[in-house]
Design a protein around this ligand. Structure first.
Ligand SMILES: Cc1cc2nc3c(=O)[nH]c(=O)nc-3n(C[C@H](O)[C@H](O)[C@H](O)COP(=O)(O)OP(=O)(O)OC[C@H]3O[C@@H](n4cnc5c(N)ncnc54)[C@H](O)[C@@H]3O)c2cc1C
Length: 471
């Protein structure tokens, strides 16, 4: 094996081939600390040609590659297995923004660009790059594309897939596919770009992308409202969709229990709405019209919502820093959960028409079978995306609770998801976490087609094996 490591070092430079255990350690455990693997080496390429060279070396030696970006994924997709024979290919050194094309309203960048840097670079040129999520300070666009990340702006701008116009990909054979045209129309047969987006590093390594930009909104108003239940929250969403149409850019729901956890671990993130309402909804409107226009619209819709008994209370952020504080409160729920200890996450989507039924039935089933558990329920409600997470009863050890109950709780929640025609992964992907559940969820035909694709594109099974599908 030494000769392969020597070849890596010759290709990248010795300092970019990490083999020392201490150097490798930060790349081996996932963000949730659920999976820890071993790796022959962690490789840090700088160019697409270097990625291509490494893949060819790995293919010749039949060594599996785990692509990695910011390593913030929730499904263990970027963590190697325990064999110590796989390599991690971390793309963080490929972090150049190649071009901002003002006329075409696109940004061309390398896969290792950090999401927040992309947002800031776009804003510096008066553009909005709308992808936004809690991990934006460390996740990378290659990882966002590979997981088809969602986040808080999907309602208006779509998922990462909807923001991508072109890709550059290194195939399992080490060939470079240049699909970097920034075209909004291109009907030339199979859409290879869409094949690689969301494939979690199992079909190719994304090295660069052309992404859409949008005009930067000039006015933005954010409000927190208190609602009593899911039915009225969905009616409120529908009211905003009708009255504010495309100005509605955020609609996030947080339960009392999820905000209680926030307040416990981050007291500065306490809910400013009084009385601990059952549900708190963060709503954002943004537009290119004047501040007054958007504010007036927001107030009018809120008044209508009060009159229709859809909301009990509301606070409109008086300035940008208060608006940011509202968003921080929403984003801190995930961090508060991590502080609290291991919990059982379900990142699901349910058609909005069945969401109320899903929550009522599933809550009742969970509480009947697991008395005392906390249901930490929040999500991008505007997209029907619920983070339906179960924390053990207060005082009990999370690890032993999860060990004893994980399988049964997942089965219960996912059976409910199927019953309500939902999806077992809304935005976090499959990785190794949901590998087993995928076949049942997709159905035999879809699952077999996925395996056929994997075999066709990666017959040696060297790209992130045993993630998403096993062949
Ligand atoms: C606090 C917090 C909040 C989050 N909020 C959201 C949210 O709102 N919405 C959401 O969708 N996700 C969210 N996530 C999950 C995570 O941030 C996203 O999945 C993100 O897109 C992962 O990007 P990454 O660069 O960290 O990828 P990684 O975790 O490094 O990798 C994820 C997967 O992509 C593959 N991959 C990475 N780079 C490449 C590449 N260049 N080519 C091919 N494959 C590659 C990996 O092999 C792995 O399978 C959150 C995470 C945290 C920690």
């Amino acid at each position: 094996m030494q000769s392969l490591l020597d070849q890596f070092a010759a290709a990248l430079g010795k300092q970019y081939v990490l083999t020392d255990q201490r150097d490798k350690a930060p790349y081996l455990t996932d963000w949730r600390k659920r999976y820890t693997g071993k790796a022959l080496a962690v490789l840090l390429p700088k160019t697409t040609d270097e990625v291509s060279h490494i893949v060819k070396l790995c293919a010749a030696s039949n060594v599996a590659i785990v692509p990695q970006g910011g390593h913030t994924g929730f499904c263990g997709g970027a963590t190697p297995d325990s064999s110590g024979q796989q390599i991690i290919l971390n793309l963080k050194r490929m972090n150049q923004i190649r071009e901002i094309d003002v006329a075409n309203q696109t940004i061309t960048l390398e896969a290792g660009c950090i999401l927040q840097t992309i947002q800031e670079s776009a804003a510096a040129q008066d553009f909005l790059f709308p992808l936004s999520l809690g991990a934006e300070g460390s996740c990378m666009i290659g990882g966002n594309l590979a997981t088809n990340a969602g986040g808080t702006n999907v309602l208006r701008y779509g998922n990462t897939r909807d923001l991508c116009l072109g890709l550059e990909v290194v195939t399992a054979q080490g060939e470079i596919w240049n699909g970097m045209k920034g075209l909004r129309k291109d009907n030339t047969g199979y859409d290879l770009r869409d094949l690689f987006i969301g494939s979690e590093g199992t079909l190719g390594i994304i090295t660069a992308a052309v992404m859409k930009l949008y005009p930067l909104p000039i006015s933005q108003w954010t409000t927190l409202v208190a609602t009593k239940d899911i039915a009225s929250t969905i009616a409120l969403l529908n009211l905003f969709q009708k009255r504010a149409t495309s100005l509605l850019t955020g609609f996030e729901m947080m339960t009392q229990e999820s905000l209680a956890l926030n307040e416990k671990h981050f007291p500065q993130m306490a809910n400013p709405l009084p009385g601990h309402p059952p549900l708190t909804v963060l709503i954002e409107l943004s537009d290119h019209e004047s501040e007054e226009h958007v504010r007036k619209l927001l107030e009018t819709v809120l008044e209508e919502a009060f009159s229709a008994n859809l909301i009990n209370d509301a606070i409109i952020a008086s300035n940008l820093s208060q608006a940011n504080a509202f968003w921080q409160m929403r984003e801190h729920i995930t961090l508060a959960q991590a502080e609290e200890g291991a919990n059982l996450k379900h990142d699901i989507t349910i058609p909005l028409s069945l969401l109320d039924t899903f929550i009522q039935e599933t809550d009742a089933l969970i509480r009947a079978s697991y008395p005392g558990v906390r249901i930490i329920n929040f999500g991008h409600l505007g997209d029907g995306n619920l983070h339906y997470n179960i924390a053990p009863p207060p005082g009990s050890d999370p690890n032993s609770f999860n060990l004893a109950n994980e399988k049964a709780i997942h089965e219960l929640v996912y059976a409910q998801v199927e019953r309500c025609q939902g999806s077992i992964s809304a935005e976090h992907g499959v990785g190794q976490l949901k590998l087993d559940g995928l076949r049942a969820h997709k159905g035999a035909v879809a699952h077999d087609l996925m395996k056929t694709l994997k075999r066709a594109l990666d017959p040696q099974n060297i790209l992130n094996p045993h993630k998403v599908v096993s062949i």
